[in-house]
Design a protein around this ligand. Structure first.
Ligand SMILES: *[C@@H]1O[C@H](CO)[C@@H](O)[C@H](O)[C@H]1NC(C)=O
Ligand SMILES: *[C@@H]1O[C@H](CO)[C@@H](O)[C@H](O)[C@H]1NC(C)=O
Ligand SMILES: *[C@@H]1O[C@H](CO)[C@@H](O)[C@H](O)[C@H]1NC(C)=O
Ligand SMILES: *[C@@H]1O[C@H](CO)[C@@H](O)[C@H](O)[C@H]1NC(C)=O
Length: 964
């Protein structure tokens, strides 16, 4: 018996070994190995690609046995030797995928994974239907583009399909419904970031085998089919980032298999149902930024498997339920930016596995629990924008893993113990802005600190905190908006000379540099802002590494050394509002990346730098208020991106630079108060100032006729653009340094005559369209076409030699706020139609030869007599002389002079629409006239309180004689 069984066993072992040998002998088929080799040859490998892990194809070779079954990433059927699986994920492949790729010869393949390679945005080839046995297909994050070939939908054996991409909107799938109709056996479907741009096909509900459905950032819209929540096997449902997708959040039932649910930034709203506690298997829930309101149901404490919970950015109220103390598996908890209140955070201390806790932007108050030190794994803690108090730093003392701590805007008060900071050995990011604090002077062990980003802006500091000088890995230092006085000491960067790249010291009371040493020994500095201080030194020349340099609004004097041009990466240079003098270094125009050059309000003289290379990137040049002379350099025409050019208040002696017309983006031309001269209208060739918003050429010696041809080409001035929000002319740009990107953004500023005074616009509203030709020697008629510039808000033609009458077409300028035609030789009557200009708050026609009645009604009742003084024969209010045939002219077709209430109501609605459009809102910002301002305030008020306020508004308007 024993012998028999031994015999059987030996036979079995023999057979087994025979079998094995036979297997080892099964080589892959030549057609498949050559198909694979050809596939390999059609790509390069790029080891520096961030997705590259290991280039599996390097092991592929036809030398030796040439057995493809032994190649990395290739798996063969043990019996037939056919390639059944190919896994080339993260294999560093780079190059375009051929439409007739040899992959399609591997007709036995069941599993194909090409994820995380770089196929150069080539199309996914048509032909996958050849691979009819395919069950698993993964082409994710591999830089494919174009339409997904529809023959993939014939792969009826597919179990798992992943076409998700990392680059949004490169892949499209026009009709997802058709696509999934035949894929009835799917268990996993991931199309994240594929552009679907449609509602979800209800047919998905039929795929009952689905366990995973990921459709994040697909541009989905319409209603989310609520039955999808009930799919019997669905464990993962991720549809985040589809902001136009309306999701009705159902009441989950018990026994749901859902483990991970992500609805971040979809349109859900309503309250979180208490039955959410039924999703007992849930380990990840992201319903951030979903418009949820109401209370957080305490049943959420039942979700005991939760490891991640994101509820941030909703409108949740009330207290955080104490049942959260039961979520002991939580690793990340985000509750920021809600309306949560309450004064106890004690429940948190039970969550000992927490690594990330964010509760910023709520109304949490009360003392901070001292037992926070239980949270030993915490790496990120954000408590900012709350009302917490107590010894917060002390309570965090032993959190050795803490890397990022945000205590901004917590009303912290008093002296912080630097030793508490330094016990946080891994702390790299510290945000303490907007508190009222100072720091102890003595401490130990500072040099082991890893602090990298330090934000101490708006802390009411009067001195540089001592501990900064001991930090050795500091990269970013923010000390702006404090009251730090005296000189900038050199010890602050004692230990972090090499690492510091960004320093913000603006808006302090700094007067200079220690020992008057204005050189900055910081070889890697990219960003330096010391503007708005009291620096009374020569210009500190930044290190050549600097990209953004702002030292405006100080008392700097002396010249700008040529060495500033050694900063070959300089992108923003703002030296405005100082007392710098001398000539400008000629090299300033040729700093390659420079986009913003602001030298305004200094004492520079000599010529404007003459040379701007081809491809000059400048977008803003502000040289106003200096003593520059000479001509406008012709090579500025190379700065094709230029949007803003202000040379006002200098001594430039030139004719009009017509060639600026080549600059397609130019929005602002400021040439006021120089010695520009000559005619503009006589220029013969075609001009193109399509984008111009503001033309200020006042206070020069231009002559000839009204510049009609130039203004005819200003297309922006001819169209009224409705805007949802008030925007300002600005520059925004993302800059890159190694692995960090940072943005710069700034609004354009300028001074403009408006309302008869020079007004400083620190920001220029996008809708401010202005023409100032005043104080020149223009002559002839004001052409009718001026009435075509419909978006004009400011028109100043005063102090010229214009003759003829005021064109009635000016009544078409419905948003005009200021019209100055004074000091000309105009004659005839004031067009009565001008009374319809309801935004007009300044109207000046004094010192002309006008006659006849002054229009009555609306704005004209608010203009003083000086507006009309010194004419030949004007009559009627506000002038003392009455018109001979009766009173002033009868009211014209004034927009607001209406007789019955309905019409008045109608008008109001119209105005309110304007307010809603942001146009009316502007009135309060651009205008200073009291009556208009008050009116617009009423409108604003009204628009906010649509229901209540109408009667009040109407009464106010009747009081102001706007309605009768
Ligand atoms: C390799 O990848 C890096 C990173 O994506 C890219 O910058 C580089 O151009 C690629 N090299 C080649 C030869 O494609
Ligand atoms: C693919 O087609 C191109 C022409 O469209 C041809 O040059 C190339 O040889 C083909 N490659 C394969 C592998 O068949
Ligand atoms: C879908 O499947 C049906 C039935 O299996 C088949 O007749 C039809 O051709 C398939 N559609 C496509 C587009 O492959
Ligand atoms: C936590 O769970 C336990 C057991 O399920 C329960 O008795 C207790 O009330 C819960 N705690 C809170 C604060 O809800």
């Amino acid at each position: 018996m024993a012998a028999l069984s031994l015999y059987l066993l030996l036979t079995w072992i023999f057979l087994l070994s025979l079998f094995r040998t036979r297997f080892a002998d099964v080589l892959c088929h030549a057609d498949e190995s050559s198909a694979l080799m050809e596939f390999k040859r059609s790509f390069r490998t790029n080891m520096t690609d961030s997705r590259c892990v290991y280039p599996k194809v390097h092991s592929w070779s036809l030398d030796g046995s040439g057995d493809c079954c032994s190649w990395d990433g290739v798996e063969c059927d043990e019996v037939t030797g056919r390639v059944i699986a190919l896994d080339l994920s993260s294999s560093c492949l780079s190059g375009t995928m051929s439409p007739n790729t040899t992959l399609f010869r591997l007709v036995h393949v069941k599993s194909l994974n090409l994820a995380f390679n770089s196929f150069n945005f080539s199309s996914i080839p048509y032909g996958f239907s050849n691979l009819s046995k395919l069950q698993y297909l993964n082409l994710s994050s591999s830089e494919f583009s174009g339409e997904i070939p529809h023959d993939i939908l014939q792969l009826s054996k597919l179990v798992s399909l992943d076409l998700s991409t990392s680059s949004y909107e490169t892949l499209h799938m026009p009709n997802m419904g058709d696509f999934v109709r035949n894929l009835t056996g799917l268990k996993e479907l991931d199309l994240s970031s594929v552009s679907l741009l449609s509602p979800l096909p209800p047919i998905l509900v039929n795929i009952s085998s689905l366990t995973l459905l990921r459709l994040e950032s697909c541009g989905l819209n319409g209603d989310f089919p609520v039955d999808i929540f009930q799919l019997p096997n669905l464990e993962v449902l991720h549809v985040s980032g589809n902001s136009n997708l309306s999701v009705f959040f159902p009441k989950p039932h018990r026994g749901s298999p859902l483990k991970s649910l992500r609805l971040y930034r979809t349109n859900v709203s309503g309250e979180i149902p208490a039955s959410i506690g039924n999703l007992s298997l849930l380990n990840s829930l992201d319903i951030g930024y979903c418009y949820f309101s109401g209370l957080i149901p305490s049943s959420m404490g039942n979700l005991s498997h939760l490891t991640e919970l994101f509820l941030d950015g909703n409108n949740l109220q009330g207290q955080i339920p104490v049942s959260f103390a039961n979520l002991t598996q939580l690793s990340e908890l985000w509750l920021s930016y809600n309306n949560l209140s309450g004064d106890s955070l004690e429940w948190v201390v039970n969550l000992t596995k927490l690594t990330v806790l964010r509760i910023s932007g709520n109304r949490l108050s009360g003392g901070f629990p001292s037992s926070f030190e239980n949270l030993k794994h915490l790496t990120t803690l954000d408590l900012s924008h709350n009302n917490l108090h107590g010894d917060i730093l002390g309570a965090l003392r032993n959190l050795k893993d803490l890397e990022s701590l945000n205590l901004e805007s917590l009303n912290l008060n008093g002296v912080l113990d630097v030793n508490d900071l330094f016990t946080l050995k891994n702390l790299r990011y510290l945000f303490l802005s907007n508190n009222n604090i100072s720091f102890t002077k003595s401490f130990i062990n500072a040099t082991t600190s890893k602090l990298t980003y330090l934000y101490l802006n708006s802390c009411n500091l009067t001195k540089f905190p001592q501990f900064i000088g001991y930090l050795s890995e500091l990269e970013v230092l923010h000390l702006e908006h404090n009251r730090i006085q005296g000189t900038i000491p050199r010890w602050i960067w004692n230990n972090s000379k090499e690492s510091l790249w960004r320093i913000c010291l603006f808006d302090n009371l700094l007067t200079g540099f220690e020992n008057n040493q204005t050189n900055l020994p910081l070889p890697n500095l990219n960003y330096l802002d010391i503007s708005s201080n009291l620096l009374e030194t020569t210009l500190p020349v930044p290190p050549p590494s600097v990209m953004v340099y702002n030292i405006s609004i100080n008392f700097l004097s002396g010249e700008v050394p040529t060495s500033i041009c050694e900063a070959r990466s300089l992108t923003v240079l703002d030296l405005s509002n100082n007392a710098l003098n001398g000539t400008l270094p000629p090299c300033l125009g040729s700093i390659g990346p420079l986009i913003l050059l602001n030298l305004a309000t200094n004492k520079f003289d000599g010529m404007i730098p003459r040379f701007y290379p081809n491809g000059c990137a400048l977008r803003m040049i502000d040289l106003r208020e200096n003593r520059l002379s000479g001509i406008v350099p012709r090579s500025l025409g190379n700065c094709g991106m230029l949007e803003y050019l202000n040379l006002g208040d200098n001594q430039i002696n030139d004719t009009f630079p017509f060639w600026l017309s080549e600059l397609a983006y130019l929005k602002v031309i400021g040439l006021r108060s120089n010695n520009f001269h000559g005619p503009i209208e006589s220029h013969l060739s075609q001009l193109n100032f399509t984008n111009l918003h503001i033309l200020d050429i006042s206070n020069n010696s231009f002559n000839g006729e009204f510049p009609s041809n130039l203004l005819k080409s200003c297309h922006v001035m001819k169209v009224m653009v409705g805007q949802a929000e008030l925007e300002y002319l600005n520059i925004y740009k993302l800059l890159h340094r190694f692995n960090v990107s940072f943005s710069i953004s700034t609004t354009y500023a300028m001074k403009l005559m408006n309302k008869g005074t020079k007004r400083k616009y620190a920001k220029i509203p996008d809708v401010l369209v202005a023409i100032d030709l005043s104080n020149n020697k223009f002559e002839g008629f004001i052409p009718d076409l001026t009435g075509n510039l419909k978006s004009l808000r400011v028109l100043n033609l005063s102090n010229n030699f214009f003759i003829g009458s005021i064109p009635p077409s000016l009544a078409n300028l419905t948003v005009l706020e200021s019209l100055d035609l004074s000091w000309n030789n105009l004659s005839g009557e004031i067009p009565q139609q001008l009374a319809s200009l309801t935004f007009l708050s300044v109207f000046k026609i004094s010192h002309n030869h006008l006659s006849g009645p002054i229009p009555r009604g609306t704005q004209f009742d608010t203009f003083g007599s000086s507006s009309f003084a010194m004419n030949d024969g004007l009559c009627g209010s506000p002038l003392p002389n009455k018109c001979t045939n009766g009173e002033n002219a009868p009211p014209s077709s004034s927009h607001f002079k209406v007789d019955n209430e309905e019409e008045c109501l109608f008008d109001l609605d119209w105005r309110i629409v304007l307010v809603g459009d942001g146009v009316g809102f502007l009135v309060g910002i651009v205008l200073e006239n009291l009556i208009i301002d008050e009116k617009s305030m009423w409108f604003l008020h009204y628009s906010k309180k649509m229901a209540k306020g109408w009667k009040k508004v109407r009464k106010a308007l009747i009081d102001k004689k706007i309605c009768s």
